[in-house]
Design a protein around this ligand. Structure first.
Ligand code: XMP
Length: 333
């Protein structure tokens, strides 16, 4: 436990030079820890696992085996981008698993949010474990644990109740026990980003907005269907494109689309057109415990509305959620 406590004397990593010193130190530590053994990493493409991957590629090259599980609930082009960056550009040892059907079949007809989270978390472990069992010589598991995760688990151990089961991905099965490699475990998020940039990861990846583990699964409200999930993914891609084009991507902490399982009557090409509403959520926060609503210029909202209703099959309205947290949580489920 002692090495899970950030020493008071530890300097905050705020500059490329400090990041480089941290990287050099971690490379030496990891090499000493793992020797010539293989290290497994679940690479989601989020900031933390990506920075761990980039660091370990520098430290141990192909001894690192990255597994990217596409649970079918990724944003548009997300898995493709992970493959492009890590396999094509960084020459990582990357196993890509498209488990879309496994996840969506299990989720069919399940509408309870916590049940959905549990299914996604459990299946994720199973898919990952299936891949791990196929490999030989793996003795270590790398994880993108960061200091707030450690602080959060201390809080939970003290019996404080969480509103939602965010960190619901349990441990691996008994037959797959590895020693952990957690090079970022004493860093805060801002430090992880500085380290990521020093490792040469693209700015957009290092500063990307948070994305929940269950992905679009908690934004396609209620029982997920493939057509509504597809509409959500397309609408979300348009929102992100317009936020980027209008300078909002750097200004807003988290922004996304939610598509509820309700239909309203609309009109398209002079005939009745029933469709789902796309709900925009765009919030600012420092710690996700509370959040305020971003005032998006009307012109941008009009453009997003026009594009989504014209380009996305099945959506006939666009709404803007003005609810701060509290009283609404950031995600709808
Ligand atoms: P809420 O909805 O509780 O969200 O206001 C606060 C932050 O946590 C993210 N979030 C999750 N992250 N698994 C995750 O990894 C989850 O199940 C989950 N639910 C919410 C949310 O996107 C926001 O940044």
């Amino acid at each position: 436990m002692a090495n899970n406590v950030r020493p008071e004397t530890m300097e905050r990593i705020t500059t490329p030079a400090l990041a480089q010193a941290f990287i050099d130190e971690q490379i030496a530590e990891v090499r000493a820890q793992v020797g010539n053994k293989k290290v497994l990493l679940a690479l989601s493409g989020g900031v933390d696992s990506s920075v761990v991957a980039a660091l370990l590629i520098k430290a141990i090259g192909k001894q690192l085996v990255c597994v990217h599980v596409n649970h079918g609930l990724m944003r548009k082009d997300e898995s493709e981008n992970v493959i492009k960056l890590f396999q094509d550009e960084l020459d990582a040892n990357l196993i890509y698993v498209d488990a879309t059907d496994r996840f969506l079949d299990l989720l069919a007809g399940v509408s309870d949010p916590e049940q959905k989270r549990k299914i996604i978390g459990k299946e994720f472990i199973e898919v990952f474990a299936d891949e791990a069992r196929k490999l030989e010589g793996v003795e270590f598991l790398a994880q993108g644990t960061i200091y707030p995760d450690i602080l959060e688990s201390i809080k939970q151990a003290e019996g404080k109740k969480a509103v939602k089961s965010h960190h619901n991905v349990g441990g691996l099965p008994e037959d797959l026990q590895f020693a952990l490699v957690e090079p970022l475990k004493l860093l805060f998020k801002d430090e992880v980003r500085v380290v990521g940039e020093a490792l040469g990861l693209p700015h957009a990846m290092v500063y990307r907005q948070p994305f929940p583990g269950p992905g679009l699964g908690v934004r396609c409200l209620g029982a997920i269907t493939r057509d509504r999930l597809h509409a959500l993914r397309e609408a979300d891609a348009i929102l992100r494109e317009e936020f980027a084009n209008n300078g909002l991507a750097e200004q807003v902490w988290q922004y996304f689309i939610v598509v509820p399982d309700i239909k309203s009557v609309g009109v398209k090409d002079e005939s009745r057109y029933e469709g789902w509403p796309a709900i925009i959520r765009a919030v600012n926060t420092t710690d996700a415990m509370s959040a305020t609503i971003e005032e998006i210029p009307y012109a941008v909202l009009h453009k997003i509305t026009a594009r989504i209703t014209a380009e996305v099959e099945g959506i006939n309205r666009v709404l803007y959620d003005l609810t701060p947290k509290p009283v609404g949580t950031i995600e709808w489920e």
